[in-house]
Structures are given as structure tokens and as C-alpha cells.
Design a protein around this ligand. Sequence first.
Ligand SMILES: Nc1nc2c(c(=O)[nH]1)N[C@H]1C(S)=C(S)[C@@H](COP(=O)(O)O)O[C@H]1N2
Ligand SMILES: [Mo]
Length: 527
Amino acid sequence: MKRPSFWTGAVVGLLLTAPMTAVFYLGWKVFSLAFAPFNVFDWMSRKLPGSVITYGIDTMVSLIRSLNLGSTDQAAKLAEQTMAIIFFLIAGIITGAIFFLVLKYIDKSAIVLGLIIGAVFGIAVLIINNLLATASRPVIDSIWILALFVIWGALLGWSYRKLSPQHFGKSYSVEKIDRRNFLIYLGGATAAITVIGAVVGNLVSGEKQTAKKGEKWSDNNALPNADAELQPAPGTRPEFTPLEQHYRIDINTVSPEINGDSWRLKIGGLVEQPIEMTLDQIKNYPASDQFITLACISNPVAGDLTSTQRWTGVSLQKLIADWKLKPNATHLKISSADGFYEVVALDTIKTDDRVMLAHAWDGVPLLTKHGFPLRIYIPNLYGMKQPKWIQQIEALDHWEAGYWVERGWSKTAEMKATSVIDTIAVNDKLTQNGANLIPVGGIAHAGARGISKVEVKIDNGDWQEAKLRKPLSDKTWVIWRYDWAFQPGNHTFTVRCYDGSGAAQIVELSDPHPNGATGLHSKSVAV
Ligand SMILES: Nc1nc2c(c(=O)[nH]1)N[C@H]1C(S)=C(S)[C@@H](COP(=O)(O)O)O[C@H]1N2
Ligand SMILES: [Mo]
């Protein structure tokens, strides 16, 4: 009877790693403990070269869009989480296979070796978990990770022993049956643990975090443009994105959970005296409210990675006045709990009082996934320049590349002008002065530069000016509408816009990487 093979090792690796993943999942859902597969994945995604990550993101966004998998950000997070678990299982399979292969040639106690491997992996993962700095309870997390990995390693060694011939000392055929029985027994036990872990974990995974009804500003207040004359064409997206529907993009499979009471904003670097501020101290400064359309630089033309909310925060002008920056300070480096960072010039802050540290959206504290307790707003720039979960601000005497800039994205990340056709409302025809009209509409946005004009073109006709609805603010998208005196048949609509200074939207097609997508949006319809 031969010793168990490489392939048996791979099977055992899978049989043990699947239930470990399920137990990690259960611990995460029930006790908010670290979920190792996500830790490893997030760490890898920070360490891999920017080009690989950008390729991965681009591929994912275009796959999600072409397969119509629904909202891009949610599908992307799900895809990342699935990949994280698959990578983890594959690592377990490979380790199991190599473990069995190595033991074939060296005559050591399998259980001791398994324990050692489990401990080494456990220590590596707990270091990764702590490096990510999103761990809220590092000590408990570390014990948990180490314990599961050590048990996993011991079981791997034990399985090898159970499957080894010296253990049986019987006839070949009896050994073969014993071996098969052991694998079936192991498979049954681990499948049961996996299913229980997954099902129970799913049951307790509470509702998505949201504000209570009546708590949000928008529950009790009319939007600032409630008196706007022009009504959106039926089917136009909501002008104000409901809080729960705001797109979400960041480098975390799971958002950092920060305790607002113990959190401190640390201000250091080129300051006379480093200081720490509590959330209440920041909230005690006079706050301002700004309606803002945020967009991700990865958003393709007409993509869904853009939303509009009401941000509340404190102008950085007011804050830096009390921070005693040294005269040679020229930039602030903003660092976040997840290891993300960006650098903003003091000149930008001094000349623009809209740059703020925001602590609320729609009148309630920032949701965890949107950066609780504090995020920055810098007008006219894509989201990649605007850290969430801020922890530290360091005054520098030079510019530095931020997280995505280091990974090959735009240094300035100024928002491109863009216009989108949301709807050609063929079922909402109206008659005006005897003419039959079909409402067509959508949005146009150019960062904080405003929109001065939107035009639509039907097939190869002339550009026609659309009507603009008074926007929520000069930083939000503008809703446009064009009532089309329709002709039956197939038609293609194209839209273009001009920013507040009259500059035309860029017509040339370009992908989001590295400067943000450009090109005109078209939509076809059969009437
Ligand atoms: N700490 C941190 N802040 C971050 C990011 C991140 O990964 N980590 N992603 C940025 C990017 S790329 C975008 S588009 C916006 C999205 O903000 P939202 O998820 O609240 O819509 O957050 C920005 N701030
Ligand atoms: Mo982004």
C-alpha cells in the first residue's frame, strides 16, 4: 500500500479549507471577527502592481455591464468577495497537495508538521489582518485566526496519518476500503460544518445599515430646487440619490468599522504641536451643507458609479486656522483607516471654502460604507481623491502621489464633463399645440463647473438644444429634457453638454483609465 498521494492531499486540503472558511464566515457574521479570506484578498489587492489591479477593475466593470448584472458597485463587491473565497480555497488545496507530497519523502510526524504549517499560516494571516489596520479588535482577531489555522493544520496532519499505510497495517484491500471510508467520513463531516456555517452566517447577517425613517434630512425637507419649472422626463433617474442607493467604491471587501467614541483625528507633520480631535470637537465647528454629485473615475460613459447626496461638514479653512501649521507647509496628506491616502494642496483649501471634512450625509452620520466618521470633499475631483474613514492628517512641504495616483491613475483627477440619456419615454407621449411629443431626458455633469447647455441629436440631424432643470446646486448634475416630435421607425439619440464656462464635452472616446471616461452617449429606440 502506497502512502496517500499528492491528489489525495488536494482533496483533503479542500475538505478542510471549506469548513474553515465557513467557520470564519460564522465568526465574522455573529461576532464580527476577522474573515481571513477577505483579509488576504484585500492585502493582495494593495500589494499587486497598479496595472494588474486596474486591468482587473476594468474587466470586472465591463463584464458586469455587458452581462447586465445589475448595479456595478454591488456586483463588483460580490465578485471580489467570491474571488477572495475561491483564492482561499485554492490556496488550501495547493497546501494540502504539497503537504502530502512532502510527507511522502520525509519521515516526520504528520501532526507536528501540520501544526507548524497551521501556525505559520495563522501568524502570516494575523499579521496581514493587523497590517490592514481595519481590524477593530486586533487581539481577539489574532487569537481567532491563529486558533483556526492551527486546528486546520493539525487536522491536515491527522488526515495524512489516517490515510497512511502504517496506520492500517492490514491487507491491501482492507486498507483501500478504510481509506475510502475515511475520506467519505471526512467529507461528510466537513460538508456539514460548511453548510451549517454558511446557512447560520447568512441568517444572522443583519439588515444593511441604514438610517431610520424620519431621521434623514430628506424625510422632512423639500429639495432646494423644489420650485424648478421643468419636470424630468418620465424615467429620468432620481435627482437626489436615496442614501441607501448611493454608489460605493473602495479598496475593501468589508468596510472598516470605526468606533466614533474612541476615534480621534490626528493632526501632525509640519505643525507647531501635534493635536488630536474628537468627533464632537469637529462637529462643534459651524457646519455647511452642500449638494454634491460624486463620481468614480472608473465610471464609464453612462455608468452607474455616480450619485448625488447632501453632504454636511466643516470647511477645512476653519479647521486649519486652528491647527498652527508651520509656514513651510504646502500640502496635507489625508490617511484613512484602510490604508488609503491622498494629498491636497493648502492652496486649494485656502482658495476654496467648499473643501470640507464631512461627517453627515442626508442629515445623518455617514454610513459605515461611506466613510464613518469622517471624509473629505474636494470640489471638481473624482472620488479617488477623496478619502473616507479619515484618521490622520499630516502637513507636508511637498506634493505626494496618493493611493490611486501611485497605481497609475490621473494626478489631478479632475472630473470630465459628461451627459447621459436616461430615458426615451415612448409610453409617455404628450400632445402640445397639436404635435405628438415623446419626452427624452437624462443628466449632464461637469464636476463643480456647472452645465450651461445640453444638446441632443436625432440620427444624423442637427443638434437641438434641450431644456435644463434648475439643479440642486452648482456641484450636482443637471437634469435635461427634450420633447421630441417623433417620427415612427428606428432612431438613435446622442447627447452632448457644455460646462459652465462654455467648454464642450470631449467627444473622443476614451476609457476610464487613467483620466476618466470621455465620449458621447447614444441610445436607440423603435417607435
Ligand atoms: N479610505 C478610502 N477612501 C476612499 C476610497 C477607498 O478605497 N478608501 N475610494 C475612493 C473612491 S475611488 C471613490 S470613487 C469614492 C467613493 O465614495 P462612496 O463609496 O462613498 O461613493 O471614495 C473614495 N474614498
Ligand atoms: Mo473611484
